[in-house]
Design a protein around this ligand. Sequence first.
Ligand code: FRU
Length: 455
Amino acid sequence: TAGIRDFRPRIHFTPPSMWMNDPNGMVYVDGVYHLFYQKYPYSTGHGPIHWGHAVTKNLVHWEHKPIAIYPDELGSAFSGSCVYDRNNTSGYGTERHAPIIAIYTSHNNNTGLEQQSIAYSTDGGNHFEKSYLNPVIKNPGLSDFRDPKAFWNSKKECWSLVLAAYDRVQFYSSKDMKQWEKTGEFGLEENHASGVFECPNLFPVHVDDKVLWVLLLSMTTTVEDGKSRTQYFIGDFDGETFRCTYPSDEPLWIDFGFDNYAGVTFQNLDEPLFIGWAQNWEYSDRVPTGEFCSQMTLARKLSLKKIGDTYRLCGQPEGIRQFQAQAYRIENKTRIRSETFGMRIHGRGDAKLTLANSKNQEIIIEVNDDRIIVDRGKAGANDFDETFMTEQYSRATMTRLAPGEYDVELIFDVSLLELFADDGLEVCTMEMYPDTPYDRVIWEGNLQVEYYQIV
Ligand code: FRU
């Protein structure tokens, strides 16, 4: 039953122990990917938040680093971002080392007041010094004012950032990461999911010989369905503000599962590379993982694909190519001897693929020419939380944007499933807690299935 098994994913980032939420400050410097994250080192629930730190060169093997940012008299260190200040615009660099600058939200734990602060590192992110100028962006009288995501603004040759300000996002710009001026706002439009905005992220995507800008926006509880989800908008950034130029009838989600929240992209890479918190605020502090709580998604390369006269975001897993290259064809009812593996499913028409264990627990994936359904309702322990077992949090239905023949790739890692269909047009992330490992794959329908072991 719950808590007895080691549910720790092997190739997904997890904290060494205790609580973790949002990925923060992801930046690529000198061949190293840095991940900072919301960390509470004293319990498996959320508390006065620090920035944890880890690094990787290959996106699957992570090295833990000491805590990067501690709470101080301005409050906890809520979510934020890092930039690599190559030209030392901030003046915080040394002669030999350009600084990494973190900008994050100081959240006062007594009053809830939120303001933006900076800290800098001149030793490759190992040690951060806070600026005496903090807070560098004062609260303008808003109850929610957080999660600054900074980026280089090539239109105005300056730094810009986007932050969440209750039901809108605000843009600021700066020459030196220290002094900031507001340049614009983007707010609610028709047909978009609403709720308190969190963790915005604006980045350019090259597609069809042009550049489009994608704005990611997380919402803890959308007014529409009460779930924690991340929405996106496609449009234009004029150097001061964002405009949605490809409006849609329905909100656009980056993921159809229940466990991908607060994700953002790395700074200082030419193409967007994303990591999300593979968890849900609804039940995050009750999951049966024991000494640690929460995992990140795999890193995902994001791109845009033209669908009709508009575009959609695609996500594809990164860092696992050497395992994918080993994929081999398997027969129906094959035994699985690993807890961390991938599968590639090719087919057409109605099909159903099940991963099952000896306790009659199973994940069911139904595919047809129009839809994909992932159901974790009977996948394992679900008595730790009342909502986790409800249909609303069990079955994810995706309408395929590329109907017909299908290619679906799934990666299963002990307690986390990630599914990528139609070149990443449909993505689904779900955690599940089987009492014993799934050891069989069974399918109905006309499928060709390939398997690759990862660990
Ligand atoms: C999103 C979030 C952020 C905030 C952080 C606090 O999950 O609520 O808005 O900065 O978590 O840990």
